[in-house]
Design a binder for this molecule. Structure first.
Ligand SMILES: [Zn+2]
Length: 117
């Protein structure tokens, strides 16, 4: 495990006046951050049809990805904003490939567990 700098450290409070995020901006994002770090549900929050090895690969990649770890990424003022990456499913001749895509830089990670196909 790499040493992680906390991307939420010193987060600006940028909530829209009159519509503050519940519990305050920083607290709300902290909960989302902890959910991702602790739950290992990058893909599972979208679909249950996923192998643990694939979820593990997706989780390791996303939580170490430069955008996920940047403060800029977390400094969002919309409550509906999601800190989860985009999940793409591709049908191939031998099965379904799963890719995880960063919503910021569009970096694409193939997390398919081909060994299990
Ligand atoms: Zn990125």
């Amino acid at each position: 495990m790499k040493k992680n700098k906390n991307p939420l450290q010193g987060l600006k409070v940028t909530y829209i006046e009159g519509h503050p995020l519940s519990g305050g901006h920083g607290e709300f994002r902290k909960r989302q951050y902890d959910e991702i770090i602790n739950n290992r549900d990058i893909i599972k929050h979208r679909t249950q049809i996923i192998l643990d090895t694939e979820e593990q690969t997706a989780h390791d990649w996303w939580t170490n990805h430069k955008c996920f770890k940047s403060k800029q990424f977390w400094d969002q003022d919309a409550e509906i904003w999601s800190p989860y990456p985009i999940i793409h499913f591709y049908r191939t001749s031998i099965g379904a490939a799963i890719h995880v895509v960063c919503p910021v830089c569009q970096e694409d990670k193939d997390v398919s567990d081909y060994e299990s196909w």
